[in-house]
Design a protein. Structure first.
Length: 290
C-alpha cells in the first residue's frame, strides 16, 4: 500500500483547519448582522411610536386647551348673562322699545293734530339748530306719525301710542292723506289723468291717486316766506289724495307730469282735517282715525 507523505498530510490538515475556522467566523458574523438589522428595526419602530405618542400628546393637549377655553367662554357668557339679568341690562334699542311699550300700557293714548309751519322739522331736536317741533309742543313722549317734509306745511299727527303711530305711517294700512298743491304752470287735464293712473318714479310706479284741479283756497294762511312768483308764468292748484308715503312723493309726482310744486300743504289724514287749527298750534282729539 502507498502511504501519503507527511508533508501532504500536514498541508491537507492545515487547509481543513483554515476552512473550518473561516466557516466558523462566517457563522459568528451572521447573528451579528441579524442583530444589527433587528436593532435598527426596533429603533425605527421606537421612533415612530415616539412620534405617534408625541402627536397624540399634542392633540390631547390641544383638545384639553380648547376644552378649557370653551369652558372659560361659557362661564364668561353665563356670568355676563347673569350680570345683565341681575342689573336689568338690555341694549339701548331694546330698552327704548320696552320703555315705549310700557308707556303705551301705562298712559292713555294721546293724539295731537298740529298745523306745521313752513321750514319746521318733524322732530324735537336738530344738531344744525334748525327749528323743530320743540318750539311749539312741550308735551313729552310724543312721536310724529308719518313724514311731512321741512318745506311742506299743514297737518301733522303726533301720538304716544306706538301701534297707532305705525298704523298711520305704514303704507300697508293705506290710510288716505290729502294735499293741496300749488303748481308752476296751468295744469292740463292730461297731467291730472296721469296722476290718477299712477306715474313712473325712480323708485317705481306710484299707486293710483285721486286728483283734481281746484280753485285757490281762500281759507289758506299765507306762507312765510312767500313762494317765488313769475309774472309771465301762471300757477294752478290741485287737490290730491294718496295712500303711500314715499319720500317727497307729491313733489316727485308733479315733476314727473311736467309741473313743479311751488307749495305743498297736507290738509287731511284719515278723518282729521287741518281746518280750524291756527298755523303753529295744535289740538288734542279722540283715539280714532275715522
Amino acid at each position: 500500500m502507498h502511504w501519503p507523505c507527511v508533508s501532504t498530510i500536514l498541508a491537507t490538515n492545515s487547509l481543513t483547519t483554515h476552512c473550518s475556522k473561516r466557516k466558523s467566523a462566517e457563522v459568528k458574523r451572521q447573528p451579528n448582522t441579524m442583530s444589527r438589522k433587528k436593532t435598527s428595526g426596533q429603533q425605527s419602530r421606537s421612533k415612530q411610536s415616539s412620534r405617534r405618542s408625541s402627536g397624540s400628546g399634542a392633540q390631547s393637549r390641544g383638545r384639553s386647551k380648547k376644552a378649557k377655553t370653551n369652558k372659560h367662554n361659557s362661564a364668561t357668557a353665563k356670568g355676563s348673562s347673569f350680570n345683565n339679568a341681575s342689573k336689568g341690562g338690555l341694549n339701548p334699542q331694546t330698552q327704548a322699545s320696552k320703555k315705549k311699550a310700557q308707556l303705551d300700557e301705562d298712559e292713555s293714548t294721546v293724539i295731537l293734530l298740529f298745523n306745521k309751519p313752513f321750514q319746521v322739522l318733524c322732530q324735537f331736536t336738530d344738531q344744525a339748530n334748525r327749528e323743530t317741533l320743540a318750539s311749539y309742543i312741550k308735551i313729552p313722549n310724543l312721536y310724529a306719525a308719518g313724514r311731512l317734509d321741512r318745506d311742506s306745511e299743514g297737518l301733522l299727527l303726533l301720538t304716544n301710542n306706538g301701534m297707532l303711530q305705525h298704523r298711520i305711517a305704514h303704507p300697508d294700512f293705506k290710510l288716505p292723506k290729502t294735499y293741496l298743491v300749488q303748481l308752476e304752470g296751468e295744469v292740463s287735464g292730461k297731467a291730472i289723468k296721469q296722476l290718477c293712473e299712477g306715474v313712473k318714479l325712480n323708485d317705481g310706479m306710484s299707486a293710483p291717486a285721486i286728483a283734481k284741479q281746484v280753485e285757490p283756497p281762500d281759507w289758506l294762511w299765507p306762507r312765510n316766506p312767500p313762494i317765488r312768483v313769475r309774472k309771465d308764468i301762471p300757477t294752478s292748484w290741485i287737490q290730491i289724495t294718496i295712500t303711500e308715503g314715499r319720500n317727497c312723493q307729491i313733489r316727485r309726482m308733479s315733476a314727473a307730469v311736467g309741473y313743479p310744486t311751488l307749495r305743498l300743504i297736507r290738509t287731511q289724514i284719515g278723518a282729521h282735517n287741518v281746518k280750524g287749527i291756527t298755523l303753529g298750534e295744535y289740538k288734542e282729539v279722540a283715539d280714532t282715525l275715522g
